[in-house]
Design a protein around this ligand. Structure first.
Ligand SMILES: *Cc1c(COP(=O)(O)O)cnc(C)c1O
Length: 377
């Protein structure tokens, strides 16, 4: 029995509109003069479902896929993806043979990893395809851009290392006013000029995450690496909108239980909500165990019968309650937690404000307990 079949699956689910992914990719391409795209699909494609989304991007002709972990890369290969796949995270050296085995490209961020990779490749007579990671201001991984000349030279000379790309990561690009981004671009360009001095072919230079794509054309260079923007969501609730991307993900459920309560009735753990007059209370079968954050307790809103309603009491692991004021519901009534109902909409950006976090965390928290269905392929 397949409980993921739409007729019998649980009534709390994610719906991904693939046509919106296509629309967003087209907009991003237009905005960047058709720059080659590394579509970022780490963390289960930002909650949208790794394999289905990756296969769709492959069909749309993106140039490569970006993931954070070796394991994510292997899942892509096992599912038959043949596009180049680049793994961003710091490489654990004991895993280097697996990158070769699965034909995965990786970021090399230190001379130590470079030397070990060269040694391992030499002993098994293979060549690794890598992207040199420079730190221009993120302060996470990567060799400092100012001190990268000898690292770059060593990589260029390593016989079993193919330097396909050179890259860095932007720390503040979601704020168009932040002066760090252009400084990062400058530091990066200065560092990569070493390739010319060495007479080596310039590899693909890539720098732009979604913020870079949106606000800093100087960062687009030879390839862009958008993540969240591809999914139709801006990096922050306050990010200025400069292109009309469409959110691809909706989170929906159905009323599982309804009751009319008198004044003075308390709801959920800790009895943090008590009715001030008689009220209509509906229960929704989804909770923080699905990644719907507990910080939304007593403040998050949902759509029901085309109206915004507020969460009453604490969000539980598998359920929460909503205050429908004076409008009763029947079990089975549709509840939209993210997305559209009638002419109303609740966005991921709004949830991030209510939960005092960022849109990335709202999306990537939505976990495997929620079935995903796909439309408009
Ligand atoms: C996650 C990630 C991206 C994509 O970031 P967005 O802000 O989602 O566009 C790009 N590059 C690297 C190295 C990343 O880790």
């Amino acid at each position: 029995m397949n409980l993921n079949s739409p007729s019998i699956m649980r009534p709390s689910f994610i719906e991904v509109n693939l046509n919106n992914l296509r629309h967003n990719l087209e907009l991003i391409r237009k905005h960047t003069d058709d720059r080659p795209v590394m579509a970022v699909v780490k963390a289960n494609a930002y909650g949208h479902g790794l394999l289905k989304v990756a296969q769709f991007y492959e069909k749309l002709g993106v140039n490569c896929l970006g993931v954070a972990l070796l394991e994510e890369g292997i899942r892509l290969r096992e599912s038959g993806i043949t596009l180049p796949v680049v793994v961003f995270g710091g490489v654990s050296v004991q895993q280097i043979p697996e990158y070769l085995e699965w034909n995965l490209e990786f970021f090399v961020s230190s001379p130590e990893v470079l030397r070990l990779a060269e040694k391992i490749c030499k002993s098994c007579k293979q060549q690794a395809t890598v992207h040199l990671k420079l730190d221009t201001g993120m302060g996470r991984i990567g060799i400092g851009a100012e001190d990268s000349a000898s690292f770059i030279e060593e990589a260029v000379r390593a016989k079993h290392i193919m330097v396909k790309g050179v890259c860095s990561h932007l720390a503040c690009a979601d704020d168009p006013e932040n002066p760090l981004t252009l400084k990062q671009v400058e530091r990066f360009l200065r560092a990569v000029s070493v390739f010319e001095r060495l007479g080596a072919e310039m590899p693909l230079r890539h720098l732009a995450n979604s913020g870079g794509v949106l606000y800093f054309p100087e960062s687009h260079l030879d390839m862009i690496r958008p993540g969240i923007l591809l999914y139709g969501v801006y990096p922050e609730a306050t990010s200025p909108h400069v292109m009309e991307v469409r959110p691809a993900l909706q989170l929906k459920s159905q009323v599982s239980f309804h009751k009319s309560v008198p004044s003075g009735f308390s709801v959920s753990y800790g009895s943090t909500w008590t009715s001030k007059s008689s009220a209509e209370i509906s229960t929704v079968p989804l909770g923080y165990g699905d990644g719907y954050r507990r910080q939304l307790s007593n403040r998050g809103e949902v759509l029901i019968r085309g109206k915004r309603r507020t969460i009453a009491g604490r969000v539980c692991m598998d359920q929460f309650m909503i205050n429908c004021e004076n409008e009763p519901n029947d079990a089975g009534e549709e509840v939209v937690l993210i997305g559209l109902q009638k002419d109303r909409c609740i966005t991921v950006e709004e949830l991030s404000v209510w939960a005092e976090t960022i849109p990335y965390e709202i999306l990537t928290n939505l976990n495997e307990r929620l079935p995903r269905i796909y439309s408009n392929e």
